[in-house]
Design a protein. Structure first.
Length: 218
């Protein structure tokens, strides 16, 4: 019979693929935010003395963009570490289960395998906590970027030459923020689901190899 531990490991394998897709989305988001910051800085330089407020806001957006990019990098790094641990966990579990199904006498070796598996699972859970913290910080940075882009548009209304450019940049930023928000919510969902999927010590205690094959081989 399939145990809860086996189901959990199968779920971890599924989440591993979702994490890889999320990494790609985060990389795209970072590029969009950086492009917005660059466009804002260029437009600020065109306004001259009439756009000092514009320039200040653009510089603040650039700072937040760098901070946002750094935070995204941390999230991506954490996600990769989780993925590596998940892959290692599923590989170890698959090997031990295959050996047990063939009636191989694991003895104390099985205990060692499960201890290693639990260690990797706990490490993955710790990384998930870091991911959630990073996501919350990212939300704050994105809110600041959104507010600054709106201020930028207000300043630009006083400068007809800049208005069209800023309107375009603001739309790009709004789209990027919305995309990041959706992705962050999805990452939060994945990380919470991962936390629930990570096998516990009790699950491993309940997991026992099917000894029917072993008896048949004797």
């Amino acid at each position: 019979a399939i145990t809860q531990a086996e189901i959990s490991v199968q779920e971890l394998a599924t989440h591993s693929g979702q994490i890889e897709a999320s990494n790609k989305a985060l990389d795209d988001i970072a590029k969009q935010i950086n492009m917005f910051a660059l466009n804002a800085t260029i437009e600020a330089s065109r306004t001259g003395n009439n756009g000092q407020g514009f320039s200040v806001i653009a510089n603040e957006i650039s700072k937040m963009s760098r901070s946002s990019h750094e935070m995204l990098g941390k999230v991506t790094s954490s996600l990769f570490r989780v993925k590596e641990k998940i892959d290692a966990t599923t590989a170890v579990f698959a090997t031990s289960h295959a050996e047990a199904s063939r009636g191989v006498e694991l003895g104390s070796g099985l205990t060692d395998i499960f201890e290693d598996l639990l260690e990797k699972a706990n490490a993955a859970n710790d990384s998930l906590g870091s991911i959630n913290e990073s996501i919350q910080s990212q939300f704050s940075s994105l809110a600041n970027i959104q507010n600054s882009s709106e201020e930028l548009a207000t300043v630009a209304e006083k400068n007809a030459a800049s208005a069209n450019m800023v309107a375009s940049v603001t739309e790009e930023t709004a789209a990027a923020v919305e995309y990041v928000t959706r992705s962050a919510m999805e990452l939060t969902r994945i990380s919470e689901s991962l936390s629930q999927s990570i096998p516990t010590a009790k699950m491993f205690d309940e997991w026992q190899p099917d000894d029917s094959n072993e008896k048949a081989s004797q």
